[in-house]
Design a protein around this ligand. Structure first.
Ligand SMILES: Cc1cc2nc3c(=O)[nH]c(=O)nc-3n(C[C@H](O)[C@H](O)[C@H](O)COP(=O)(O)OP(=O)(O)OC[C@H]3O[C@@H](n4cnc5c(N)ncnc54)[C@H](O)[C@@H]3O)c2cc1C
Ligand SMILES: C=Cc1c2[nH]c(c1C)Cc1[nH]c(c(CCC(=O)O)c1C)Cc1[nH]c(c(C)c1CCC(=O)O)Cc1[nH]c(c(C)c1C=C)C2
Length: 469
């Protein structure tokens, strides 16, 4: 079958070939659509419409004809305003709005404003990079670093703020300190010409949908039939293109140089390519590169990933004691339990019609996966389900049993931009240049893990080649 595919591919006049190893496109964008209309997300569940990267995704959504499918969450929605922390056995609403800045909001021992004002006086750091925890502890104090930032890193990277890089994970804040000596001043005054030039390169004219997101102040959006709709629509659009071929169940097994291009080894057979855009994880790319690219493979292998155990739960009735986006748990409270998303609050349209229900997603593991659960392969679903339902009981007081559940282990699903990630990227880019490899990198391993970042990286990779077509 595959050798037939290789022969078919060789025969085609397609100038663009998309090869996917698994039996579906979309990677971590994965949704279960139950027959009664309920949608459960097993990967990303909300996309931010902010900035050039946010507009770029919405432009694509519009181009794919999905405008009527969009489910926006506006600024004044309770899911935009309320996020919680579970600390010392209690749920605490995270400070938000002006009131939250001026008042002492538990579990913090002083108003956020006090830390922010003090931050302006803190000396500028000199390090080329710093862990997120060290940076925030130095500028804003240990309490915010240990609780708030610890949670933030778990809620975005499923990562450990004591290992993650400030420079690569939160570039606007790192650059603010560099440019103005203070995060606060940098955010208020801007970070100067360098940043402006960067934004110019990123200029994305907004579609009507992107303009609407701005006018209506959306904080995030999803799609009626789940996030998986996006890769499905993209696949349909690509299949209508004359010069594009898309293949699933075709893992790339190896790459060798052939003339000025590549020979791509498939399971059984091979195809030739002038240029490759790699949108696979860095470690997967490292494992297929030829031995001659040893140092490039080495740097790619250094980009670590973490696994997440994800449990979707559905309960009968409205059972939440609070309402909002969800809650995060600092690593000091429970290393294994990263947080719980209250999915039915931002996206009630994904719940089954008729009787009220509550949908939750419990996320576990991340940087603590190995230490708390062992190897991601072959874990007992019942153990993960038990751990998730016990957390829902302890954190939210829900004693009822879920009426539906789904357990999945997402192996190596989030790349970790550890301290010195920027240097690794420089070595990778210079290795590609030095060996004149016809290779462009895209995807979550390099310059941002969000759906927006990944889509923008694909667009930039394609645009960098347009001159060569
Ligand atoms: C649980 C979870 C929640 C998230 N929540 C959000 C969120 O709310 N908002 C947000 O913006 N982002 C979120 N993200 C992040 C975002 O979803 C991911 O970073 C992004 O989807 C990664 O996309 P990617 O295309 O780079 O990689 P992937 O999705 O990993 O895709 C890579 C593809 O390459 C294929 N592949 C691998 N090796 C080969 C090979 N040798 N040959 C051919 N194909 C190969 C794989 O099968 C896969 O389909 C979340 C991620 C996770 C895991
Ligand atoms: C508990 C674990 C996780 C939750 N979401 C993710 C993990 C690992 C993954 C994730 N969440 C977001 C992004 C994209 C970031 C971006 O730049 O757009 C990713 C990869 C969005 C996000 N979620 C939370 C925050 C603070 C952000 C950043 C953007 C924003 O402010 O909206 C918080 C959060 N995530 C989770 C929960 C339960 C939670 C807060 C209550 C789940």
């Amino acid at each position: 079958m595959t050798s037939q595919l290789a022969a078919e591919v060789r025969k085609t006049k397609s100038s663009h070939l998309l090869l996917e190893a698994s039996d579906r496109f979309g990677g971590w964008l994965s949704s279960t659509r139950r027959e009664d209309g309920t949608v459960f997300e097993h990967g990303p569940r909300g996309v931010r419409p902010v900035g050039a990267a946010g507009w770029n995704t919405l432009n694509m959504v519009a181009e794919l004809g999905l405008e009527s499918e969009v489910l926006p969450v506006p600024y004044d929605h309770v899911a935009s305003k309320n996020r919680f922390l579970f600390f010392k056995g209690k749920l605490h609403k995270m400070p938000s709005g002006l009131g939250g800045v001026f008042r002492t909001v538990p579990p913090f021992s002083r108003p956020l404003l006090q830390s922010v004002l003090k931050e302006i006086m803190v000396k500028r750091g000199k390090a080329e990079d710093e862990t997120v925890h060290a940076f925030v502890e130095r500028r804003l104090g240990a309490e915010l670093a240990d609780i708030a930032i610890d949670c933030l890193c778990r809620g975005v990277f499923a990562g450990d703020c004591r290992q993650l890089s400030m420079r690569s994970c939160f570039p606007p804040l790192f650059n603010a300190e560099r440019a103005r000596g203070s995060i606060v001043l940098g955010m208020v005054l801007g970070t100067g010409e360098k940043q402006a030039a960067h934004m110019l390169r990123l200029h994305v004219p907004p579609s009507d949908l992107a303009k609407r997101s701005n006018k209506e102040s959306w904080t995030q959006w999803s799609l009626k039939r789940g996030m998986q709709t996006l890769p499905e629509a993209l696949q349909d659009a690509l299949m209508c293109e004359k010069h594009v071929e898309v293949h699933k169940n075709v893992p790339v097994k190896g790459l060798t140089r052939a003339g000025s291009g590549w020979e791509i080894k498939l399971e059984d057979g091979a195809v030739k390519a002038d240029h490759i855009i790699s949108a696979i994880p860095a470690q997967a790319l490292a494992s297929v590169l030829p031995p001659a690219a040893k140092s490039l493979s080495q740097h790619l292998r250094e980009i670590a990933t973490v696994s997440v155990a994800l449990v979707n739960l559905e309960y009968e009735g409205s059972i939440l004691p609070v309402t909002g986006f969800g809650h995060l748990v600092p690593s000091s409270e429970d290393k294994a339990l990263l947080g719980v998303v209250y999915d039915s609050v931002p996206f009630p349209q994904h719940s089954r019609p008729g009787a009220p229900s509550t949908r939750l997603t419990v996320m576990m593991g991340g940087a603590w996966f190995q230490e708390e659960f062992g190897k991601p392969e072959g874990l007992a679903e019942q153990e993960l389900l038990g751990r998730a339902t016990r957390a829902v009981r302890a954190h939210l007081g829900v004693t009822a049993e879920p009426q539906w559940s789904y357990v999945t282990v997402l192996k190596d699903c989030i790349p970790q931009y550890h301290l010195g990630h920027w240097k690794r990227l420089e070595s990778i880019e210079s290795s590609i240049k030095q060996h004149s490899l016809p290779l462009t990198l895209a995807g979550a391993s390099y310059y941002g893990v969000s759906v927006n970042d990944v889509i923008l990286s694909g667009r930039r990779a394609a645009e960098s080649l347009v001159g060569k077509v």
